[in-house]
Write a protein that binds this ligand. Sequence first.
Ligand code: SF4
Length: 320
Amino acid sequence: MRQLNLINAFFNMTVKNTVPETPLIRPPSEWRSILIRITRGCKWNRCRFCGIYPHLGEPNFTSRSVADVKHDIDLLKQLRPNAETAFFGDADPLMVGIDAFIEITEYVRKVFALRRLTCYARVSTLWKLKKESIKVLARAGLDRVHIGLESGDAKTLRFHRKGQSPEMVRETTDWLKEAGIEISFYVLLGLGGRDHWQRHIHQTAQLINETEPDFVRLRRLWLYQNENPYSAPGSPLLKEIRIGSFTPQIPEGCVLELRMLIEELNNLSTFVTCDHKNNYVQVSGFLHENRDDMLATVDSFLALPKSMRDAHYLAVGSQI
Ligand code: SF4
């Protein structure tokens, strides 16, 4: 009997991390935050333009236990006792389940004196939670969600298998605003390809005008490559390009998309920023204060001689 108890004790014993697990990616604006990994990978994992988690070696989705995440929070307290902001990853940490998410949120709020707590969140996940649960998240201490809007165009979203519609975005942003949770949208220039870029940008501007998020963060579509059979998997969109169902945007087209987007946005209180170095032209500012300056920055780039613009596209093209 004693031997059996010892065996049980051995199997029940949990080997604890000595260093906290870190989300594979984080928003640039969270560079000073403590990074807390609640889930691994992306449960949806279907967006054609993406493939980031399989490419980075995390092809499957798993949830971590509340106990393990709390243990990581304790470790982070030893490493960064005065941290003021925190971020939850990976792609959609609410998939851990609302009860577990709230328990972790309340725990990190108890351990750290945070002024901001944010996470990545898919629109469809928030939409399934509905208004009341989103209010519960806010009460537990979630301040901001980083949402991959990508496009406001229904056809573009459907083609890329994003799993969300403009209607879902509208409804979800209403609930988030009502709950007092800030909204940070990510928009991908180039997502409509060369054939549908105007529709992609026009519909995106329209949806942003309707929803007035706190932030719009712009990036250029970037595809993970799989150069040979032994390299990490590439973006699913590569196959569509090969068979001709998607034609990538040209570099100057991305700059024209940026210009059209800024021009079509209203004088909102939204902060727009190109906070990723893969953008060909970087602009940042509040739409209601800095829209003309942002347009002037794009226009002065477009006024450069073609040889200079092309050299710039080549130089930026290799960065991510
Ligand atoms: S874009 Fe986001 S939701 Fe879509 S597969 Fe990539 S990580 Fe998952």
